[in-house]
Design a binder for this molecule. Structure first.
Ligand code: GUN
Ligand code: ZN
Length: 435
């Protein structure tokens, strides 16, 4: 196959480490006039344009952007495909919100044509917002996951998803059984896990909607195939936590339920964790598990404020999640805007470089994919974005006042959204071009 080599010239920024571990200055690389070189879907070089240009053939195809920033593609570690049609559902907190809005909306995925229509809308929306990898909840229906993976495969996206397992405390029209949930998951794993850039996540919705038998079978699945993911929810809402205690009185708290059924591990991602205690953070970290921080959802559903400094203290892997439809935006830039406010309300700061880390390399680490995505390091996959400094009149004017890349980045995360994403590339292919 002939070598396809292309280069992209603009300001370039990527995280290379967690600021909590190495300090802010050592956590990123920034090239004011940078060059990103792509060969056959992978990054082959990144650096100063002045250094790299002389090393390249004179006739190489170079796309040169003015007033733009190239970053890695963004990584959403928690989102629900079948909630695309119910973003912004009024008035309820978690448990009533699930019963009033979520379950009826998810029931529509019994219809395959509906599942395919929404999968298409959902993937377009991810790419419009610069999200190139997501850990995705389907509905209880296997076709929600088939539709998603079929659409993701066509675009060669690196994506992770699973069908919800839910065999109690939900309407009959939306439950599986311990056995059918296991069998359906297995069929999906056989079809999709490891195909191209796709991975499967075993997906018990949360402890209250699975019987002990179902949780045990979820743990069994994790042991049957290598490198499977596990995604679920934990300690999001105080009423939910009390409910879990009542349902599992023999266990020592919410996390211990999952621990008991062997659901913790290096590819396990627990959404929210707003009310986790110190010991639970320590146990999550010890097992290599990760938490998805979902600030927009936590504010919208009135769930509470995630304690990021506590997670950092325990060296717990944390990614960022939109949690659409509990979250109200597909934009991880807007999610970072809310994350900053969640920290402010706790008297803490969230530096723009930590924010960049959470949305890129931190998410990749939470998913154990840092050798493939999350940075612009040579040898990784060419999933990247071009952000437009002139996306809106206000952004354009505001960025002209910015004195350095830290301020530019912070303003992009405060004022930025889908309009800011000029182009999205996945495996070196253009998969979104803003109109
Ligand atoms: N807990 C159980 N199911 C859900 C869900 O769909 N969204 C959120 N935010 N929390 C949950
Ligand atoms: Zn969720």
């Amino acid at each position: 196959m002939p070598l396809t080599r292309k280069a992209y010239r603009a300001a370039i920024l990527h995280s290379i480490a967690d600021p909590a571990e190495v300090g802010i200055e050592a956590s990123y690389e920034y090239f004011a006039d940078g060059l990103l070189v792509i060969e056959n879907g992978q990054i082959s070089a990144v650096g100063h344009a002045g250094d790299l240009l002389p090393t390249l053939p004179a006739d190489i195809d170079i796309t040169h952007y003015q007033d733009a920033l190239i970053t890695p593609g963004l990584i959403d570690t928690h989102i629900h495909l079948p909630q695309t049609g119910m973003v912004g559902a009024y008035g309820e907190q978690l448990l009533d919100w699930l019963n009033t809005y979520t379950f009826p909306c998810e029931s529509q995925f019994a219809d395959k044509a509906h599942a395919e229509e929404v999968a298409d809308i959902f993937i377009k929306e991810l790419l419009r917002n610069g999200t190139t990898t997501a850990l995705v909840f389907g509905s209880v229906h296997p076709q929600s996951v088939n539709a998603f993976f079929e659409a993701a495969e066509k675009l060669d996206l690196r994506m992770i998803a699973g069908k919800v397992m839910m065999d109690r405390n939900a309407p009959d029209y939306l439950t599986d059984t311990a056995d059918s949930g296991y069998q359906q998951s297995k069929t999906l794993i056989e079809r999709w896990h490891g195909k191209g850039r796709l991975h499967y996540a075993v997906t018990p919705r949360f402890a209250p909607t699975s019987t002990p038998e179902q949780l045990a079978l979820a743990g069994q699945l994790l042991g049957e195939y290598p490198d499977l993911y596990l995604q679920t929810h934990i300690s999001e809402n105080k009423q939910e936590i009390e409910w879990v205690k009542a349902l599992f009185p023999e266990r020592n708290g919410y996390l211990d339920v999952y621990d008991h059924y062997k659901l913790l591990g290096e590819r396990s991602v627990f959404a929210h964790g707003v009310h986790l205690c110190d010991e639970e953070c320590a146990r999550l970290a010890e097992t290599g598990s990760a938490v998805a921080f979902c600030p927009t959802s936590n504010l919208f559903l009135g769930s509470g404020l995630f304690n990021l400094p506590m997670a950092e203290k325990h060296k717990l892997n944390v990614g960022l999640g939109t949690d659409v439809g509990g979250g109200t935006s597909f934009s991880l830039l807007q999610t970072l805007n809310e994350a900053y406010k969640v920290m402010q309300l706790q008297g803490a700061r969230l530096s723009p470089f930590k924010s960049l880390y959470l949305a890129t390399l931190g998410g990749a680490r939470a998913l154990r994919l840092e050798d493939k995505i999350g940075t612009l390091q040579p040898g990784t996959e060419a999933d990247f974005l071009v952000l437009d400094y002139n996306a809106t009149p206000l952004l354009s004017y505001r960025l002209k006042q910015a004195k350095d890349i830290a301020e530019t980045l912070f303003v992009l995360m405060t004022l930025g959204d889908d309009r800011t994403v000029l182009q999205t590339y996945a495996a070196g292919n253009l998969v979104h071009q803003r109109q």
